[in-house]
Design a protein. Structure first.
Length: 322
């Protein structure tokens, strides 16, 4: 029987995509870790990369967390959990439910207990459901548990609900379900340096993989990643514009993310930043000229400072904001 190198045999395996590692995911992971300790087993989480829809040639849903961020949040939720990332390709997708249970869960990962969410499906064509998994477990020697959905008055917490909240700019709802503000990340790239000319220099964050909210101005917390493997540290609070900058670039269609950092100066070109979207201050709009834009940015900065005044680095994030 093959097992992950260096790990003792016998695992509780929680399976899922876990995009966002929201409060519902966190409850499932903590439950699996607690159960594993009680049984004397190793808790593990089995997740997939890329998203299954990518392998199947379909458009995946907007991304809440990159793979690295996902694994970081899983470890923060339950340090004992062993992460297992399975490459999801056409060969993997072609496995029958029986093959997945036998070859992956039992032979490779020595699963003694398998924990899944209420909507879990698996195997070629999503042919298997929890009943299928339970029947296979009885035959192959592992127990199965379906974790109860957790949520609020509006329904179960889910990645879909969070994406919908972000898409309509309801960051308070997204934060409540995630247990933290939604984060976007990328490297600082060369911009047109126009912000310097009006007294508000900005970092232009490019190559963002995560879902963007509607165009507008946001109060943000910013972390910087450094070292190898990268570790995030709190950098500054700030105000961000997400959009097409209609005042300075009329007709532009490509969105940009520009962040003005409070009480900080220096060269950030090439730096990897994490931008935590705390609050939406207003929609993006066109102004009559640079003087009007400058006055509005000053008001935005004042509003952002007030919104962020009581927020500090999170001890659970190892020196980062979130």
């Amino acid at each position: 029987m093959e097992s992950v190198q260096g790990a003792p045999p016998g695992r509780i395996v929680a399976i899922g995509n876990f995009d966002g590692v929201h409060r519902g995911h966190q409850a499932l992971l903590l439950d699996a870790a607690t159960d594993a300790e009680r049984r004397g087993l190793t808790p593990a989480v089995l997740t997939f990369s890329p998203h299954p829809q990518v392998a199947l040639g379909r458009t995946p849903p907007p991304l809440l967390t990159t793979l690295g961020r996902k694994l970081e949040l899983i470890a923060r939720t339950a340090k004992a959990i062993e992460p297992i990332v399975e490459r999801f390709d056409l060969t993997f997708a072609a496995q029958s439910p029986d093959e997945f249970a036998k070859r992956v869960l039992v032979e490779r990962f020595a699963a003694k207990v398998v924990v899944v969410g209420r909507n879990f499906r698996f195997g070629q064509g999503r042919a298997g459901d929890f009943g299928t998994l339970a029947a296979l477990g009885e035959r192959l020697g592992f127990a199965t548990r379906r974790h109860a959905l957790v949520g609020d008055a509006a329904g179960p917490w889910s990645s879909t609900r969070i994406r919908d909240a972000i898409a309509r700019g309801d960051l308070d709802a997204a934060t409540e379900m995630l247990g933290r503000p939604h984060m976007i990340s990328g490297a600082v790239v060369e911009g047109d340096r126009r912000g310097r000319t009006i007294g508000f220099p900005t970092a232009n964050v490019g190559a963002i993989a995560e879902q963007l909210p509607p165009f507008g101005v946001y109060a943000v917390l910013v972390d910087r990643e450094e070292g190898s493997p990268p570790r995030a540290r709190a950098l500054a609070q700030g105000v961000a514009n997400i959009g097409v900058r209609p005042t300075v670039k009329p007709g532009e269609t490509r969105p940009s993310v520009e962040v003005h950092l409070f009480d900080w100066g220096g060269d950030l070109y090439g730096a990897a930043l994490r931008v935590h979207l705390v609050s939406r201050l207003r929609e993006e709009r066109r102004f009559s000229g640079l003087d009007a834009l400058k006055a509005q940015i000053a008001r935005d900065a004042e509003a952002a400072r007030a919104r962020l005044a009581d927020l500090t680095a999170d001890p659970l994030a190892g020196g980062a904001y979130r």
